[in-house]
Design a protein around this ligand. Structure first.
Ligand code: TYD
Length: 206
């Protein structure tokens, strides 16, 4: 049996991932393609508890190293418990964020360094690589305006626009060296954005 396709979605906060994930899920369902959807941090009983700690605004004393290791802990759990078994059964996995988030947010924006994040990413995932990564690229101001309509900010969103700008730069730097990462301009209509995502993913499926 061939392995499932491992698809990840990335981008700064408010880039429109949820809309695109829903469109992809609808399309897979329509075409009777087997898939599961997971999100990071979270997606398992252990991971959802870690997520609560990571996003809780009360935890503003969290050190950068503690934060990094918590993201990796949640990732280790979901990779072993959910992602690897599904891929091995031939089920496609759609993941809302994966280790590129750690590279961009902790490695670049938090200046933990990509040598460290690369090392931990590989350890936490047992070298499970996405087949394709959709990077929704958008200017942080536009993303912020979208987010503002969604209500209260979590601990990471509260870090502000300059932080999101660094995350964006980190993602774009990372994408330069990785063919699997498809950069898509997310300042467009949902339909236009999805057309591009669809063509990249169906190239791999067919
Ligand atoms: P979430 O509400 O899931 O945000 P979004 O809907 O934008 O995906 O919160 C996840 C937050 O955690 C988001 O701000 C990105 C951040 N994050 C990291 O900093 N490092 C990571 O490794 C991951 C997976 C997420």
């Amino acid at each position: 049996m061939s392995k499932g396709l491992f698809i990840t979605f990335e981008g700064i906060d408010g880039c429109g991932k949820s809309t695109q994930l829903n469109l992809l899920k609808d399309e897979f369902t329509k075409q009777d393609i087997d898939f599961i959807e997971v999100r990071e941090p979270g997606g398992t009983a252990v991971g959802e508890k870690i997520r609560t700690i990571l996003l809780d605004k009360a935890n503003d004393s969290m050190t950068r190293m503690a934060e990094l290791l918590l993201f990796e802990a949640a990732r280790a759990q979901i990779t072993e418990e959910v992602i690897i078994p599904a891929l091995n059964k031939g089920i496609n996995v759609i993941c809302d964020r994966f280790y590129d988030s750690t590279t961009a947010y902790q490695g670049y924006a938090n200046k933990m360094g990509t040598d460290l994040t690369d090392f931990l990413n590989l350890k936490a995932t047992n070298e499970t690589y996405p087949d394709i990564t959709i990077l929704l690229d958008i200017d942080p101001q536009t993303a912020y305006t979208r987010r503002a309509q969604r209500g209260e900010e979590d601990r990471i969103e509260k870090l502000g626009l300059a932080y999101q700008e660094k995350v964006r730069e980190g993602y774009l730097e990372l994408a330069k060296g990785e063919d699997r990462i498809k950069v898509i301009n997310a300042d467009n209509t949902p339909e236009k954005i999805f057309e591009q995502i669809h063509s990249y993913i169906w190239d791999l499926i067919s």
